[in-house]
Design a protein around this ligand. Structure first.
Ligand SMILES: [Zn+2]
Length: 278
């Protein structure tokens, strides 16, 4: 029996024993766990767990250190269910209470977010207006389900950069989130269905956004000679027919450029405390 009085759960493949503190991330994961759970597959049987490798960079100096990265995994235990994304959001709110600083957050996830997590991420981004989030996913969760597709579009509309994990992303994860024991990254057939998944995601996100929110507009559209932190380009369009100069809702929308921000350089150790703001 655990000290909470619940019976011990049966451990599934790749699952570590449950820890009472849901907030602390793991430092790294084992190579087998990484290769099994992060493989680009269109259909992936037996992979019930979702891993989320994250790194948080402060915009002021583009620096990060060991305390600003880690790995979360979804909690699947009956009394402590929590998706990996929710674990991160809870941890981040605790670690980074300052909402006026600029943060670049990158996630590498084995499964794309579900609609519930997508909604929670959008609420989180409304709390942290100075935060940009990039999500690189290995696989698309229920990609044929319109609700899941809508969740991804909701994230995109909230300014999240979404893409399928590429070779560079796998290598970056291997170097920074895996106990690699000095072994160099190899492809190991990890990118098996990359082309299919990239095309599928492109199709899901193909249509333009209807509108952008006021904050996005006010941040990205001012006439500025020098505009720091504005890597994205928004294009609002409308199409009018020449014959009667009329147009309707279907003839207007907003596109945003697709940017792949380069992965940060290899780890730069510094003395920054793990627990900030305390
Ligand atoms: Zn979820």
């Amino acid at each position: 029996m655990s000290h909470w009085g619940f019976p011990k759960p049966r451990l599934e493949r790749g699952m570590e024993p449950w820890r009472p503190n849901p907030r602390n991330p793991m430092d790294r994961i084992y190579p087998k766990t990484f290769c099994f759970n992060f493989r680009n597959l269109l259909y992936a049987n037996g992979r019930k767990l979702c891993y989320l490798c994250f790194q948080v960079e402060r915009e002021d100096d583009f620096s990060y250190n060991d305390s600003d990265r880690g790995v979360f995994r979804n909690k699947v235990h009956p009394w402590a269910r929590c998706h990996a994304e929710q674990c991160f959001l809870s941890w981040f709110r605790d670690q980074y209470p300052y909402r006026d600083e600029y943060y670049n957050v990158t996630w590498f996830v084995s499964w794309s977010p579900c609609p519930t997590c997508a909604e929670e991420v959008v609420e989180f981004l409304e709390e942290y207006r100075n935060l940009t989030l990039s999500i690189f996913t290995s696989r698309l969760y229920y990609f044929g389900d319109p609700n899941y597709q809508e969740g991804l579009c909701t994230l995109r509309d909230a300014g999240v950069q979404l893409d399928i994990m590429s070779y560079d992303d796998f290598k970056h994860c291997w170097d920074n989130f895996v106990y690699n024991k000095g072994m160099r990254f190899q492809r190991w057939n990890l990118l098996k269905d990359y082309d299919f998944l990239a095309a599928e995601l492109q199709e899901i996100l193909r249509n333009p956004m209807d509108r952008i929110d006021p904050y996005t507009f006010h941040f990205h559209f001012p006439n500025l000679l020098y505009a720091n932190g504005r890597k994205l380009c928004y294009l609002c369009f409308q199409v009018e027919r020449e014959d009667d100069f009329s147009y309707n809702d279907s003839d207007r929308g907003v596109f945003r450029n697709k940017v792949r921000t380069p992965c940060p350089p290899p780890r730069a150790l510094s003395g920054r405390s793990r627990v900030r703001g305390q």
